[in-house]
Design a binder for this molecule. Structure first.
Ligand code: TMP
Length: 232
């Protein structure tokens, strides 16, 4: 890739507690002079947010659901993520394609091969990540798939997550699923980590919030992406 941006996604079952840490990480990057694009999936653009409302609130078969999620992802990649990476931003994205493999694949039992095909189509970097200086061809010799440089997986037991979610807000279609569904989703995330060990960092989310934050910070300090001074 010819851009200097950083693409980071955050994953975990509902109730794993990732949101506060994403906000804190955005502040830590800004404190070190980086421009941050804070976004989420499904969503992140006006069109994708409309699709999010449908996906989270309406009953539909798993293929329809997967197509809508990947349609939202394509719009998000084209209009927000790829331009931000070309500008050199740090893109912090609350969920990305691992969630589709975990929720629609492992959780709902939808065909992983179809999801892998959609991933290839939707995340193709053809024409999206050229060199802004114009020195590199917009169409790379070898087409690659845009994916996060790093995925933070907040791993929490489904029982622990259910306790945290209880009474927090009116549950959406996924949040109201039984604990067995989240056991399958958690197994789906574990399988994605096994398939992409170099991209995944597992965070033990079954700790007090401050300890989780220190674990998150440490991942970025070790990679040299944060200096380790701010937010300590
Ligand atoms: P959020 O509440 O963390 O914003 O996530 C929205 C919900 O959408 C969450 O229950 C997980 C679900 N989801 C999927 O089922 N598939 C996906 O690909 C994504 C990104 C989210």
């Amino acid at each position: 890739m010819t851009h200097h941006g950083l693409f980071i996604s955050f994953e975990g079952i509902d109730g794993a507690g990732k949101s506060t840490h994403i906000t804190a990480l955005a502040e830590a990057f800004r404190a070190e002079g980086r421009t941050v694009t804070l976004t989420r999936e499904p969503g992140g653009t006006p069109l994708a947010e409309k699709l999010r409302t449908m996906v989270l609130n309406e009953a539909m078969d798993p293929l329809t659901e997967s197509l809508l999620i990947f349609a939202a992802r394509r719009d998000h990649l084209v209009t927000v993520i790829a331009p931000a990476l070309l500008r050199g931003d740090v893109v912090l994205c609350d969920r990305f394609t691992d969630a589709t493999f975990a929720y629609q694949g492992a959780g709902r039992g939808f065909d992983l091969k179809v999801l892998a095909t959609l991933e290839q189509w939707v995340q193709s970097d053809e024409g999206l990540l050229g060199d802004p200086s114009g020195n590199a061809p917009m169409k790379p010799e070898v087409e690659t798939v845009i994916e996060p440089h790093l995925t933070l997986w907040f791993d929490l037991s489904p029982e622990g997550a259910a306790l945290r979610l209880a009474g927090a807000r009116v549950p959406d279609k996924f949040e109201s699923q039984p604990v067995e569904f989240f056991s399958r989703v958690a197994a789906g995330y574990a399988a994605r980590q096994q398939g992409h060990p170099e991209r995944f960092a597992r965070i033990d989310a079954d700790q007090p919030r401050e300890a989780v934050w220190q674990a998150v910070r440490q991942v970025f300090v070790e990679k040299g992406w944060l200096s380790g001074v701010a937010g300590a």
